[in-house]
Design a protein around this ligand. Structure first.
Ligand code: UFG
Length: 329
C-alpha cells in the first residue's frame, strides 16, 4: 500500500482527504502539531505529532515512514488574522513549507500536492477566474500561498520536484457519513456561523459589508464541498504518481457558481427551518467582492465536483453541527 505524508491531516480539509486516501487504498500518515487540528479527526493511519518548524522532526518522519508522496495542508488560514499578523503567516506558511521541501529533496521524495487558495488572485479582473488569471494577492495569507507556488515552480525546474497546487475557493460542508466536519476554534467561516445563529447557539450573524458592487451588495463566493476537495487531492496525487504531471501545475477547485452572503443566509434558513438573525456590519479587511472559479481540473486530473447545489452543502454542514459538533465561541 502506498504511503502519503499528509501535513495538517488532523484539520478540516486534511482529515477529509485522509479519509478519501484510505478509501482509494493509500495509507495516510498525518503529520500535525494539533495547534488547530484534532486528534479525533485522525482515523485512517498513524498520527505523527510534530511540527514543520522542526527540520529534524520532518526528516525523521521521512526516514521512518518512507512515504511515496506528500499532501501539504498545514498552515495558517484566516484571511482577517493574516492582515493583523503577517509575521506569523510568513513564518508559519512559508518557512515551514521550505523546511518540508528541503526534507523532501534530501530524502528523495519528489511528488507533492499543495493546498493553495483563490486568495492568490486578489481582486479578479475577469470572472469566472481561470488559472491563468494574474495573481496579485490583497492579504498576507494569499501572498504566503503564492510564494510557495512560485517556489514549487522553480523547484520543478531545478530539482524535478513534481507538484500540483490546488487553489481552493470556499471549502464548506461535511463528510456525508457524519464521521468528520468543520471544527475551527474560533469559527470564522460563514456557513457554520450562520447555522449556529439559526439554531440560536451562536450570536446573530454579522454580514461583513453590504455595500459591495454585487447584485445584493454582499460578497459573492464559490462554495465547494469538502468531500469534493478531498477527491481532487486524490486525483492530483494519482496524476503525479502516474507521471501525468511532470513539473508544476495549478488548478482551481470550485463549482463555478457564485452565492452572495444573503443567498447563503436564505439557504441556511431553508435547510434549518429557522430564520438567521443577522446584523449589517462594516466590510472585513482583505475580502474581495466576488470570487468564482473556472477550472482546468476536469481536463487535467479528470475531476469535477459531485455536490454543486448549495442546499446539499449546507445540509451536510447542518447535520454535522446538529449531531456531532457545536460551534465554539
Ligand atoms: N462573512 C460574513 N460574516 C461572517 C463570516 C463571513 O459576512 O461572520 C462573509 C465574508 O465577508 C465573505 C464570505 O462571508 O464574504 C465568506 O467568508 P468566509 O470567512 O466563510 O470565507 P473567506 O471567503 O474569507 O475565506 C475562504 C477561505 C480562505 C481563503 C479565502 C479566499 O477560508 O482560506 O476563502 O478569499 F483564502
Amino acid at each position: 500500500m502506498r504511503r502519503i505524508l499528509v501535513t495538517g491531516g488532523a484539520g478540516y480539509i486534511g482529515s477529509h482527504t485522509c479519509s478519501a486516501l484510505a478509501r482509494a487504498n493509500f495509507e495516510p500518515l498525518t503529520f500535525d502539531n494539533l495547534s488547530t487540528g484534532h486528534r479525533w479527526a485522525v482515523k485512517w493511519g498513524p498520527l505523527i505529532e510534530s511540527d514543520l518548524r522542526d527540520p529534524r522532526a520532518i526528516r525523521s518522519a521521512f526516514e521512518t515512514y518512507a512515504p511515496d508522496g506528500v499532501i501539504h495542508f498545514a498552515g495558517s488560514a484566516y484571511v482577517g488574522e493574516s492582515m493583523m499578523q503577517p509575521r506569523g503567516y510568513f513564518r508559519n506558511n512559508v518557512e515551514s513549507t521550505l523546511n518540508l521541501l528541503d526534507a523532501m529533496l534530501d530524502c528523495g521524495v519528489d511528488r507533492i500536492v499543495f493546498s493553495s487558495s483563490c486568495a492568490t488572485y486578489g481582486l479578479p479582473k475577469v470572472l469566472p477566474i481561470q488559472e491563468s488569471h494574474p495573481q496579485h494577492p490583497i492579504n498576507p495569507y494569499g501572498e504566503s500561498k503564492l510564494f510557495i507556488e512560485r517556489a514549487l515552480w522553480w523547484y520543478s525546474q531545478a530539482y524535478r520536484l513534481r507538484s500540483v497546487a490546488l487553489r481552493y475557493f470556499n471549502a464548506a460542508g461535511a463528510d456525508p457519513d457524519g464521521e468528520l466536519g468543520e471544527a475551527h476554534e474560533p469559527e470564522t467561516h460563514l456557513i457554520p456561523l450562520a447555522i449556529a445563529a439559526a439554531l440560536r447557539s451562536g450570536p446573530p450573524l454579522r454580514i461583513c459589508g453590504t455595500d459591495y458592487s454585487t447584485p445584493d451588495g454582499t460578497c459573492v463566493r464559490d462554495y465547494i464541498h469538502v468531500s469534493d476537495l478531498a477527491a481532487a487531492h486524490v486525483a492530483s496525487l494519482r496524476a503525479l504518481l502516474n507521471g501525468h504531471i511532470a513539473d508544476f501545475t495549478a488548478l482551481n477547485l470550485g463549482t463555478g457558481i457564485g452565492h452572495s452572503v444573503l443567498d447563503v443566509l436564505r439557504c441556511v434558513a431553508e435547510v434549518t427551518g429557522q430564520p438567521v438573525p443577522n446584523q449589517a456590519c462594516p466590510r472585513r479587511p482583505g475580502d474581495p467582492p466576488v470570487l468564482v472559479a473556472d477550472s482546468l481540473a476536469q481536463s487535467v486530473i479528470g475531476w469535477s465536483p459531485a455536490h454543486c447545489a448549495l442546499p446539499d452543502i449546507v445540509r451536510s454542514a447542518y447535520l454535522w453541527h446538529q449531531e456531532h459538533y457545536e460551534v465554539p465561541f
